[in-house]
Design a protein. Structure first.
Length: 254
């Protein structure tokens, strides 16, 4: 776990490299790494300026995906704060080359190196689906490669988890990159889904399993979905076992 607090000036440099074009001019993507004391941590950034600018970061090492960042965009100048106290950085969107942003931490350099990157190999779309009187809010992550793909529903554990959970976002990113069409959703009573989760008692766990089954029914309406499966953590394993045969419950992958 990172616990850096950085407050010294930023030094930025640009090194010549070929620009990478995108089919979506309002979207910008970078990939690279953070370097400190001989270690390197992979990092990806995605900026969407379609409406108000939204900057997200992926840090695969701590299983973080699509984490919104505190950021600002003034003209072509983008500034943002990385999580875990990794401090603030800034560079220009006009820099289509390799970007290196250097800071000092305890007298030693920490360097953010970014290169223009292709768009992620998937799309994300919000959906709503029903289980009885409850409306559940979810997101489908769909690979951009053509053809049929296996479907996968991410099933919650016993805590109040939703789509803002780092763990579930990182699973969705991971499996979509493997070629799954992934549906993950706000647990009943969490986020934008109906129903108070706090009143769910142990005998009511079948209701949560029914929510997972409703998610699978939604995926099965998609002509691009081949076989479907579940993946769950902790109590999520129990929910999926209540919903489908054991052969359809994938082991939890970390």
């Amino acid at each position: 776990m990172f616990s850096f607090i950085l407050s010294l000036p930023v030094i930025a440099a640009v090194v010549a490299a070929p620009a990478l074009r995108t089919d979506h001019p309002d979207a910008h993507h970078w990939k690279g790494h953070l370097s400190f004391r001989g270690d390197e941590w992979p990092i990806r950034l995605s900026l969407d300026t379609t409406r108000s600018p939204i900057l997200e970061v992926d840090l695969p090492a701590p299983n973080m995906a699509w984490e919104p960042l505190v950021s600002s965009l003034a003209g072509d100048s983008l500034s943002f704060e990385l999580p875990f106290g990794l401090g603030g950085y800034a560079f220009s969107l006009a820099d289509h080359d390799v970007i290196m942003v250097r800071r000092e931490l305890a007298g030693e350099p920490i360097v953010l190196t970014l290169r223009p990157a292709a768009e992620p190999p998937y799309t994300r779309a919000d959906v709503r689906f029903q289980n009885g009187e409850a409306t559940l809010a979810g997101t489908i992550v769909r690979p951009t490669t053509p053809g049929s793909h296996p479907g996968l529903v991410l099933v919650h554990g016993s805590s109040p988890q939703g789509r803002d959970s780092w763990e579930y976002r990182s699973w969705a990113d991971y499996y979509a990159r493997l070629g799954f069409i992934v549906l993950y959703y706000d647990k009943r009573g969490v986020g934008e889904s109906d129903g108070p989760w706090m009143t769910t008692t142990f005998p009511d766990l079948a209701q949560l399993a029914d929510d997972a089954a409703a998610a699978v029914r939604l995926l099965r309406t998609d002509a691009a979905v081949g076989e479907d499966a579940f993946v769950g953590g902790a109590s999520g394993n129990r929910f999926c076992l209540k919903t489908v045969p054991m052969s359809s419950c994938l082991p939890r992958l970390r």
